[in-house]
Ligand binder design. Structure first.
Ligand code: ADP
Ligand code: ZN
Length: 187
């Protein structure tokens, strides 16, 4: 694809998978390379994600890159005017409204890179990722390692009994499991 891209074409890249699969690492890697190429980069994460310092995207492996914590998706447009590359982490917390925003940025000629969970803790597809996958030019599915058996893992096991779709946290609440070791929560 990249061999035929002309300079003014924008597009959408999606990085998606379970928790601990390296989504943030991969997003940080791509954004850092764009910065090394001296491209203007705008980076966002949802403010609610208190696991992170609010002015950086931070991976579970402690890699980080400065970002703008947003409360509303409209802030993305506001801060992306001069950007050639736009990165958004934890996009599953931004809801469906982020989809037309990504479309708009890409139509303006920007490279839009989003990272987020493909499924919730019940294994249900997590909007807006399914929608973004449909409209994206490029998709990367990342896999973690199953903490039970060491196989590639594409599920996020919640190890507490809470029923809310979103509970922000890391190793004390969630673990990566393969489809064999994953146990669906009781309804
Ligand atoms: P994500 O954004 O998908 O939650 P991160 O990029 O934040 O993932 O973190 C990935 C890193 O998490 C790995 O490089 C590794 O250091 C660490 N890690 C912890 N538990 C696991 C696991 N079960 N499988 C893979 N990586 C893990
Ligand atoms: Zn397993």
């Amino acid at each position: 694809m990249l061999d035929v891209v002309s300079k003014d074409l924008g597009w959408i890249e999606v990085i998606t998978g379970s928790m601990f699969s390296g989504k943030s690492e991969e997003l940080i890697r791509r954004l850092r390379r764009a910065q090394i190429a001296r491209q203007n980069v705008a980076i966002f994460n949802p403010k609610m994600d208190t696991r992170f310092s609010n002015d950086h995207i931070v991976s579970h492996s402690e890699q980080k890159i400065p970002s703008i914590a947003i409360e509303d998706v409209s802030e993305i447009l506001e801060h992306s005017r001069d950007a050639k590359v736009v990165g958004i982490d934890e996009v599953q917390f931004l809801g469906q409204e982020v989809v037309p925003i990504c479309e708009k940025l890409a139509s303006e000629g920007k490279r839009v890179i989003v990272a987020g969970l493909d499924q919730d803790y019940r294994g249900v597809p997590f909007e807006p990722i399914p929608h973004l996958l449909a409209i994206a030019e490029s998709i990367t599915k990342t896999l973690a390692i199953c903490v039970k058996c060491g196989n590639p893992a594409n599920r996020t096991q919640r190890i507490t009994k809470d029923k809310d779709r979103v509970i922000v946290g890391a190793t004390n609440i969630y673990e990566a499991r393969c489809r064999k070791c994953y146990e669906p929560p009781e309804e």
